[in-house]
Design a protein around this ligand. Sequence first.
Ligand code: TA6
Length: 285
Amino acid sequence: MTTSDSISVSTNQDGLSFINVDNAHATAKVSLFGAHVMSYCPKSDGKERLWVSPHAYLNGEKPIRGGIPLCWPWFGHNHGQEKGTLPSHGFLRTQTWSIANSKDTSEGTELTLLPAFTKAKGFDHKCEVKLIIMIGESLSVSLITTNTDDHEFSIDCALHTYFNVEHISKTTIDGITGDYEDKTRESAVLTTPTPYSVSEETDRIHFCKAPNITIVEDGVRTTEVTSSGNDTIVVWNPWRGAASLSDMDAFGYKHMLCVETTVTQGYGLQPNETHVLTQVISTAK
Ligand code: TA6
């Protein structure tokens, strides 16, 4: 492993380890539990881009509420089975990853992380998975899957990012068009509103790759989100339903908005084929 001058590793009282990055461009924090990016703050404007619940479990008992959870090899609660049979959003976000490589370049600090296992109940195929995180003027996160089996298999996956917003009532999203499936309205297919604001429980699968999205706060374009390797974009805010989540407080919904780079329609991966799902978060220009 190449080491980087910009990183240090810390451990909390419950035994979770975190990579702390501080380079010329930004600071960031990544939990090895879940390979979960928890903080990204570019030095150009000092604005924290990611939201983490103050009540998030940081003891390995549950996935971390906030930051960038990794969903793989399925997205959602059931993966075609009865709810509760399989872990929601798969099994990458609840296992401890290792650092395969870290290096400093002129663009920033690059981390390569590997999961402990890629086969578990609900997914029985051979593959290699890695996560490459580049912390620089932008934050780039790539979830990479290579089929090392002798047959095709299908995956869904997501970079389920919780953005930190000043106030949800003053936040709009630019760059998503077309139809979406509304999971709060019995999967009704509706048209994406313009302007796009969030004023109630929102759980939408947008059938639009939306390669360039901008988050606008109080009329100011603050954050750009670019996506590739996805087939859809998911927008989620639990609204007052947050009160029923054990790791969110009743008003947490006011300061977060999930804009997720997702594969929700199934991606068929041939033997030796590699799929790369990438989300890049930058200060809006
Ligand atoms: O991405 C939206 C979603 O699938 C919602 O349906 C909602 O339940 C959310 O993810 C959070 O899921 P989690 O398993 O992390 O509580």
